[in-house]
Write a protein that binds this ligand. Structure first.
Ligand code: PGA
Length: 246
């Protein structure tokens, strides 16, 4: 049985005052689904002291455990700060920092080495969707971003169409269902049914309280990766409640 996961990605938002949001999420976080907040790295250690029922994660990691990489943060450091998850391959990292699938596979491996669960993000651009390449793109990203020793414990996959992130545009539930079914089948093909069926598949991109219930009703959607609507507990708690009720 896959435990549902509501993951909040605060991106480059939040200073110490934002940690008060964690207090207001505690009620929703004890309703069955796992709740995760990925704040900026500067807040991880402080967040873990207030996290209660909420897990804390990083938003990115370097593939090496340590070394001469000014400004980067390793998975080992995230773990040391109290994180249990790390997002890798977010489309903003792929676009802003030119991260290829091979680097994302190395980061995923680094996360596992440090004892973190990796949330590996995949998703097509609007141009790729409009030219009918969505499943090809997702299939390639999945095959190239996941090392062979993937398990349901060490990895979560997030399907985030690039055109849906921060735009208010959301795919239809049929489009989400098609991609999630394809991802499950692709994982079965590469890693076998037992492993594939243990891996949680999240949807991400403009998830809000108003669309959460219908998204969580889609087959093979095990939760959400939420950006903007995770910043305030008043927005995120109803999404977690919808997941708890699904
Ligand atoms: P959004 O971001 O919910 O603000 O669209 C999702 C994400 O980038 O993970």
């Amino acid at each position: 049985m896959r435990r549902k996961l509501a993951a909040g990605n605060w991106k480059m938002n939040g200073t110490t005052a934002a940690l008060a949001e964690l207090d207001a999420l505690q009620g929703a976080a004890t309703g069955g689904a796992e709740v995760l907040i990925c704040p900026p790295a500067t807040l991880i250690a402080a967040a873990t002291t207030k996290a209660g029922a909420i897990a804390v994660g990083g938003q990115d990691c370097h593939p090496d455990a340590s070394g001469a990489h000014t400004g980067d943060i390793s998975a080992t450091m995230l773990k040391d700060a109290g994180a249990t998850y790390v997002i890798v391959g977010h489309s903003e990292r792929r676009a802003d920092h030119g991260e290829p699938d091979t680097l994302i596979a190395a980061k995923t491996h680094a996360a596992w080495q440090a004892g973190l669960t990796a949330i590996v993000c995949v998703g097509e651009t609007l141009e790729q969707r409009d030219s009918g390449k969505t499943l090809d793109v997702i299939g390639t990203q999945l095959a190239a971003s996941l090392p062979d020793t993937v398990t349901g414990a060490n990895t979560v996959i997030a399907y985030e169409p690039v055109w849906a992130i921060g735009t208010g545009k959301v795919p239809t539930t049929d489009q989400i269902a098609d991609v999630h079914a394809f991802m499950r089948a692709t994982l079965v093909h590469h890693f076998g049914a037992d492993t594939a069926n243990a891996i949680r598949l999240l949807y991400g991109g403009s998830v809000k309280a108003s669309n959460a219930t219908e998204i969580f009703a889609v087959g093979d959607v095990d939760g959400a990766l939420v950006g903007g609507a995770s910043l305030k507990a008043t927005d995120f708690a109803p999404i977690v409640d919808a997941l708890n009720a699904s």
